[in-house]
Design a protein around this ligand. Structure first.
Ligand SMILES: NC(=O)c1ccc[n+]([C@@H]2O[C@H](COP(=O)([O-])OP(=O)(O)OC[C@H]3O[C@@H](n4cnc5c(N)ncnc54)[C@H](OP(=O)(O)O)[C@@H]3O)[C@@H](O)[C@H]2O)c1
Length: 285
């Protein structure tokens, strides 16, 4: 029995669908059961927010493995994540597969990436057998980096990111979850190439049939341009440092892990844009 968290979301939903296709038994552990997908071989347990240890323990009881999707950004995300891991241990779960982030380290430039390091450390110190999928930025979101005015703005300089499609992460996760031979492995989820944001803008422009350009910002310019959103400082810092980590080269390595796990080459940005014209809708007149 595999317990799948985040199944109402983009990644967890794809993983749940992939496990169902293989005929595996799973339990979708979600907050709102009315938003959970309806899948053969899947039962749904609702009310299981990451802050609710009792509900999580009940939801995980009887599961051998937990697929743990990291929470939305939150000031207390590390505490939420520790709670999920502790609930899994108390419930008798044996194995956890966690969606981490490329370059997870205590001092990674991307401040949200530090949460993933802390979570990995907590899992390593637990009795659970573990596998980490360290995701690069989602390739699916690249069109949304461009605002309606056709500019991508951020302090990424000329750095490169090996962005990866959520479909490829999900297929890799299904491969890991369906065979229990990945203990202690850290897999890097990347696409087939590392792109600068100039190159991202070019590809998005070509697919959208309109100009799209990348305008590099300084860190100060980036903080100032995001301040009017009213978001708290920790959140703005996360957004800004996501670009700064590209500038620092933290996201540029291209890994063979997706192909090794799934048996097929990862999807490129160009292919994604061809297959998903809806992703460009906000850039159309
Ligand atoms: N690599 C990247 O570029 C990138 C970009 C964005 C996010 N992420 C991270 O990757 C995760 C998965 O991505 P995604 O595209 O699947 O995001 P998504 O579509 O927003 O789905 C996130 C899932 O996690 C659940 N969730 C979030 N916070 C939770 C909490 N505190 N307690 C219980 N459930 C919670 C959500 O439940 P509800 O439906 O109830 O909200 C949803 O099912 C995100 O949550 C985020 O940590 C990575």
């Amino acid at each position: 029995m595999i317990a799948v968290t985040g199944a109402t979301g983009a990644l967890g939903g794809r993983v749940a669908a992939g496990l169902a296709e293989l005929g595996l038994t799973q339990r979708l552990v979600v907050r709102d059961p009315s938003r959970a997908p309806s899948l053969a071989g899947a039962e749904v347990v609702g009310g299981a927010g990451y802050a609710d240890g009792d509900a999580l323990r009940r939801a995980f009881a009887g599961a051998d493995t937990v697929f743990f999707v990291s929470a939305h950004e939150d000031r207390n995300r590390v505490d939420l994540h520790r709670g999920v891991v502790d609930a899994a241990v108390v419930a008798g779960v044996e194995r956890i597969v966690y969606t981490s982030f490329v370059g997870a380290a205590p001092d990674t430039v991307f401040t949200f990436g530090r949460d993933h390091f802390q979570t990995e450390e907590h899992i390593r110190a637990s009795p659970l057998r573990w596998t980490f999928l360290r995701d690069n930025f989602y390739l699916d979101l690249m069109p949304l980096f461009a605002g309606e005015d056709g500019t991508i703005r951020g302090p990424a300089a000329d750095g490169r990111a090996a962005v990866v499609a959520r479909d490829d992460i999900a297929a890799s996760a299904v491969a890991v979850l369906s065979r229990d031979v990945h203990e202690g492995a850290v897999y890097e989820m990347t696409g087939p190439e590392a792109l600068t944001l100039h190159e991202v803008a070019e590809q998005v422009a070509q697919a959208a049939g309109r100009p799209v350009t990348y305008v590099p910002e300084t860190l100060e310019e980036a903080r100032a341009s995001r301040a009017p959103s009213g978001a708290p400082d920790w959140e703005i810092e996360g957004w800004v440092t996501s670009y700064a980590s590209i500038a620092a080269g933290e996201l540029e390595r291209v890994s063979p892990d997706v192909e090794r796990l799934t048996g097929r080459a990862p999807i490129s940005l160009a292919q994604f844009l061809r297959d998903n014209p809806d992703s460009l809708r906000h850039l159309m007149p």
